[in-house]
Design a protein around this ligand. Structure first.
Ligand code: PLP
Length: 369
């Protein structure tokens, strides 16, 4: 079986530059909150077209700190409701809970896998204060519809852009500049991945940026003076230096992913499989995952495996059926339940061997339920 994702191969492309970055940090003698983080923050803000990018420990913290920052600013208060898609990775909900707010889980659209604006509208109540739009699998959520809803009801619109680095809308605006604030993960498997845990948030809002810069650093902007009960969640110099190297490839890698997605969309032709639909604006999808559907998903996965083709399930248990969210188990969310039983992610990454792409297409086409 070939690898589902060849991280070593992806990073080998930059081995010399990554090694040089490591040595630069090693020899600098400065390892936390220094020049590399400041430079990465400026460069990442540039990619997103955001006024501020703030490096933090991971993607979960990025989202949590956005919400905590808005609490400091009085825009959110204890137990306020935040609407998010039930088929996301659990971190989206954990951030809401960790910030002392209440997740409200809603259904995705089956075609795009992204949060369904109609479901969001139906879920808005007197305690609703924010929506988190997850750009799931790398595809931009319907931000125009969500912005209209947010404006009409006076809600914050936050992006969970953990899977969507560099995705752009019809106007050329990037993930990270489409809402009030956005959280990014640079977990190694992401389209922009560090060599360990790392994350960042972006925002156009100076006041939020100021709060978050304090919150990530023990609630302090001056050494040993603590204005807030903050946390320790800083992007470290080493990861920032490595990310600066890898940042140069984000756009080209997204294009390579689009090409591979195009190969799958053209080559896979099996009436028993549902393929993802390519968006009208090609740039609005960075294909973090290529997710197909089958009512016989487990048999499909076994068939692929028997032909040496790896696959993964993102995600097998929707948030409302996680033990961590047992109080939501009674909520009826049939669309996300159905998707959890049908989705299967195929291997897709820059540098994936032609032969592996062909083998994946062939294996999909020979599946018979
Ligand atoms: C949609 C989504 N949100 C949040 C996260 C959390 O990021 P991290 O793993 O860096 O905490 C991830 C990735 O793991 C994710 O895929």
């Amino acid at each position: 079986m070939f690898p589902f994702l060849d991280l070593a191969g992806i990073n080998r492309r930059d081995e010399a530059a990554l090694t040089e970055a490591f040595q630069r940090v090693l020899r600098s003698g400065w390892y936390v909150l220094g020049e590399e983080v400041a430079a990465f923050e400026a460069e990442y803000a540039g990619l997103c077209g955001a006024r501020h990018a703030i490096g933090v420990g991971n993607g979960l913290d990025a989202l949590t700190l956005i919400l905590r920052g808005y609490r400091q600013l009085g825009r959110l208060a204890e137990s306020d409701e935040v609407i998010l898609p039930n088929n996301s990775f659990v971190a989206t909900a954990l951030a809401v809970s960790e910030a002392g707010l209440r997740p409200v889980l809603v259904e995705p659209d089956v075609e795009t896998f992204n949060i369904d604006p109609a479901a969001v509208e139906a879920a808005i109540g007197p305690r609703t204060r924010a929506i988190i739009a997850v750009h799931l699998y790398g595809r931009l959520a319907d931000m125009d519809a969500l912005r209209r809803l947010a404006d009409r009801h006076g809600l914050l619109l936050i992006e969970d852009a953990a899977q969507a680095h560099g995705a752009r809308d019809a106007q050329g605006l990037a993930a990270g500049a489409l809402g009030d604030a956005a959280g990014f993960s640079f977990f190694p498997v992401k389209n922009l991945g560090a060599l360990g845990d790392a994350g960042a948030l972006t925002t156009q809002d100076d006041a939020l940026a100021e709060q978050v810069r304090k919150l990530r650093n023990y609630g302090s902007s001056r050494k040993y003076v603590h204005e807030l009960q903050g946390v320790n969640s800083r992007l470290d110099e080493l990861q920032a230096a490595l990310l600066r190297v890898k940042l140069a490839r984000v756009e080209a890698d997204a294009q390579a992913r689009r090409q591979l997605a195009g190969r799958y969309l053209e080559g896979i032709d099996n009436p028993h499989l549902r393929l993802p639909r390519a968006p009208v604006i090609a740039e609005s999808h960075v294909w973090h995952q290529f997710v197909i559907r089958s009512a016989q998903r487990d048999a499909l996965q076994a068939h692929l495996e028997s032909l040496g083709v790896p696959s993964l399930i993102h995600y097998p248990i929707p948030i409302h059926r996680q033990a961590a969210y047992a109080e939501y188990a009674v909520v009826d969310l049939p669309v996300s339940m159905q998707l959890a039983g049908e989705v299967l992610s195929l291997p897709l990454y820059p540098g994936m061997a032609e032969e592996w792409v062909d083998r994946t297409i062939e294996a999909c086409n020979t599946f018979r339920p």
